[in-house]
Write a protein that binds this ligand. Sequence first.
Ligand code: SF4
Ligand code: MSK
Length: 649
Amino acid sequence: MTQEPIIPIDRVSDLASIETLAKAARDCVDTCYDRMETQKNQCKFGKSGICCRICHMGPCKITKRSPKGVCGADADTIVARNYLREVVGGSAAHSDHGRHLVLRLKKVAQGNGGGYEIKDEKALRRAAKDYKVESAGKSKEEIALDLANLFLDEFMRQEDPLVTLSLAPLKQQSCWRKNNIEPFGVDRMIVESMHRTTMGVDHHYENLLLQSFRTALSDGWGGSRIAMIVSDILFGTPYPVKSDANLGVLGENTVNILVHGHEPELSEMLAVVARDPELIAYAKDAGAEGITLAGICCTANEILMRHGIPIAGSFLQQELAIITGAVEIMIIDVQCCMPSLPEVAAAYHTEIISTTDMAKTSGATHLAFDSDDAISSAKDLIKRAVDNYKNRDPSKVAIPKAQSPVIGGFSVDAIKYILGGTFRASFRPLNDAIIAGRIKGVVGIVGCNNPKAKTDAYMNILTKELIRQNVLVLKTGCAAVASAKEGMMLPETALSDAGEGLREVCEAVGMPPVLHMGSCVDNSRILEAAAEIVKEGGLGDDISQLPAVGVAPEWMSEKAVAIGTYFVASGIDVILGQPFSIEGSENVKTFLNEKTRELFGASFHDCEDPYQATAKILEILDEARKNLGINKKQERKLYDMKDRRELNV
Ligand code: SF4
Ligand code: MSK
């Protein structure tokens, strides 16, 4: 433990985390908050992006006395190269996730899906239409096979732009063409970017940054978009579903199983088999009242959206969940799973189980999940959890009571349906509300938590301020979990917290003012929504004209860097709660924070304070509204019979 004890209330916002962080101190268990203290004096060279360890003449760092690395690289080159490598890391993570799902879809189409099936034929046919895959007279398996092959080609495409780019508005596509940043195959982009950032290749900061936008587009309009489409085909397009969020969802007397990570293949199967009466009986025989399956991080968002499985917590609650002393097993796969988990678990009876050969953790039990025999693999994991229930030590258990109801599952399809009903499902009512000024604009708040800041504080203040100002908020990732825990993802929140115009719209259709749109890869749903709003008409013909902003308040992952970069390349301004590691180059800063506006109609903005961020967002939205000529709030006209007759419809 550190010398200075940390004060939970200064570090975390919600009651469940405050209680459990205090318990961690009593149990003498270190968490990331303690380790943040011991890492306090973080390297200023790394932080400003001017540390280079790309070759072994270095590591080199840029200072006033040594303005160039051994090879002659200056701060601009080094900062831009590091930035591109971060985008590569993030894009690779999302896109590899997408690839795994496409390979599963292919197996399903070939009749050896290992217990998986095409759950949403409508989503399959919708995708076939979008990608111009011939479907007339074909079985769903035949369509799925053609689609899977096309998607695999999106990863391998060597000399042509991604087909998936065609899902963007035409003006966006021509902007990318004009700036020469249309990505080719996802794998090609990632390999090329790694090549370009190796010693002695691409040294011009602008060229490197343009490649960052190109690579990020291969994620947002490529790998992530494909991951989202295939998830919907295999597991179902999300529709609103009610559940609960926060550590309080763990059961006092049930076998508690946590799924943590990102890829939905395993968690989907666990969500299905956890309801198996035989397994529930097995748990009861072990003395438990039943089985509680809950999620952490983005896996939580995936299974909330499709099954209503509760969210136990976000990224920074992964250790806290174990510290409740009530978790039998935590099943991890890829991304955002801390290597500290087995050490924390060692203080309790929890078993950490890693499930994929590409992601092993020292101290965890490795049981590779066999997705070709998914049902029995999932059942084995649940039985293992039940068998561990007897080892729970009641004296170490303290499950906080705090949890909040949440409605998740707002796919673009679901939003259209909510707005327009079965026969008129469309974004028209939203566009009209924006044009009339009842809704000022739309803001996507996305990304992680980071122990550098008080967990969830920025996100919650910002979200409240925005809905009060009649801004519709879309959320994904751990940002979505923050609002879920705060009880903001409920229609009732519109009545109590939203401004008058937003409240009217939400009340009329029964939707929350803060919409849960899924996991990190589901940021592509936000792009899909933006493209739909443009298509619906009346708000310009390009995403950059929309009154829309993206925010990553407490980001920590390379994935967030990739997301922010593809948002800006798509014409959406992005507010960062902490700056990128680019402070060491004025040229890189100017390019990302100003020059991109000329190229894409959007740029990055640093706002370390949520109130400053609110003001900046309102300024951007107002500017967009002014440019569209919709900056004056229109009176809501209530038609009487005479008016209706004159309407002549
Ligand atoms: Fe130093 Fe250049 Fe090697 Fe980077 S690439 S470590 S700046 S010599
Ligand atoms: S899980 S990437 S901490 S959002 Fe997607 Fe949360 Fe960020 Fe991981």
